[in-house]
Design a protein around this ligand. Structure first.
Ligand SMILES: NC(=O)c1ccc[n+]([C@@H]2O[C@H](COP(=O)([O-])OP(=O)(O)OC[C@H]3O[C@@H](n4cnc5c(N)ncnc54)[C@H](OP(=O)(O)O)[C@@H]3O)[C@@H](O)[C@H]2O)c1
Length: 311
């Protein structure tokens, strides 16, 4: 079983299902990546410098025996490196043991103080995260574009960018981001933002498609009813729903049976779901179930709907 391919605005293609690696422990992620590639048919791995496990992901990629050229690898620029994009990217390339990425994303539209009191999460004396307010996102994007020109990455995109944040970089961008990786699932569908991305030919990538660890989505009544009707599992419906909407979906698991079914079951579900099912799932959040699970305490207005108010 392989995932369908989605066309990017630069003509390249991305496998519509990628294995998530956030919170996969270093001692677990190598086997998960190896299994996903070698046994389950995955050809897309979603990584980030900030996850602290890229070396072990790279070990899994090599252990799989699947040629590098057959694998779509994404990684992300961490906040303390917005003014030093190449430095962060070079660390990622060395960690993963590759000389190029298929896709490099700005992880959050939040530049952090590169000279703060911590290399990953610098804090101010009041305990708030130490944001570099003097740094302009336009300049981060310029450095991202330079990485394409240098051949270190094939495509570039963003993550966690609202329309407001995209509008800060698009007017001066020479390369339009190919994707925007966002929290997208039945409880946080962000219909308006997704429509905006479609109008700009930016592919929405769905992170936390199952609602992340300890998710209530897997026991949602509507999801379970639809799963039962088609003899599917709840997770198949959750991932298949996003696939059917033409998104790229990034389910994370370290459990072999789940890694396998999150691809094969979801592709199967995407063909079985009927328009009435999709309509019901599309309407769950508006009917009172709207919920975000990933809301780090950035002390800046990200411009998202349904984000907790700043203190
Ligand atoms: N750009 C960003 O800021 C950002 C933020 C969050 C996530 N992401 C990306 O998106 C990926 C996915 O998001 P996520 O890790 O938050 O959450 P997720 O994929 O929605 O959920 C992962 C959780 O669901 C469990 N699970 C996986 N498959 C299952 C199945 N078939 N049935 C029941 N439970 C299942 C996993 O457990 P086991 O692993 O124990 O099987 C894990 O606890 C991340 O790993 C990362 O690559 C990006």
């Amino acid at each position: 079983m392989s995932a369908p391919l989605v066309k990017l605005n630069n003509g390249l293609e991305i496998p519509a299902i990628g294995l998530g690696t956030w919170q996969s422990k270093s001692n677990e992620v190598t086997a998960a990546v190896e299994f996903a590639l070698k046994e389950a048919g995955y050809r897309h791995i979603d990584c980030a410098w900030g996850y602290g496990n890229e070396k072990e992901v790279g070990d899994g990629i090599r252990a799989s025996g699947v040629p590098r050229s057959d694998i779509f690898i994404t990684s992300k620029l961490w906040g303390t490196y917005h003014s030093r994009v190449e430095e962060c990217l070079d660390q990622t390339l060395a960690n993963l043991g590759t000389d190029y990425l298929d896709l490099y994303l700005v992880h959050w539209p939040v530049p952090l103080n590169p000279k703060g009191n911590h290399p990953i999460f610098p804090l101010l004396p009041d305990g708030k995260r130490d944001v570099d307010h003097s740094w302009d996102l336009k300049d981060t994007w310029k450095q991202m574009e330079a990485m394409v020109q240098k051949g270190k990455v094939k495509s570039i995109g963003v993550s966690n960018f609202s329309q407001k944040k995209l509008d800060e970089i698009l007017p001066t961008a020479e390369i339009i981001p190919v994707v925007n990786q966002l929290e997208l699932h039945v409880y946080n569908p962000q219909h308006k933002l997704v429509e905006y991305l479609r109008s700009k030919d930016i592919v929405p990538e769905a992170y936390s498609p199952l609602g992340s660890a300890g998710s209530p989505l897997l026991s949602d009544e509507t999801v379970l009813d639809i799963a039962k009707k088609h003899s599917l599992q709840a997770a198949d419906v959750l991932v298949g729903y996003l696939l059917a909407k033409g998104m790229v979906v990034l389910p994370k698991s370290i459990t072999p049976s789940r890694i396998a079914s999150n691809l094969s079951g979801a592709v199967n579900a995407s063909t079985k779901l009927e328009s009435g099912d999709i309509e019901k799932l599309d309407g769950l959040a508006a009917a009172g179930k709207q919920k975000r699970f990933i809301t780090p305490p950035w002390p800046v207005d990200l411009g998202f709907d349904h984000w907790p108010s700043l203190l």
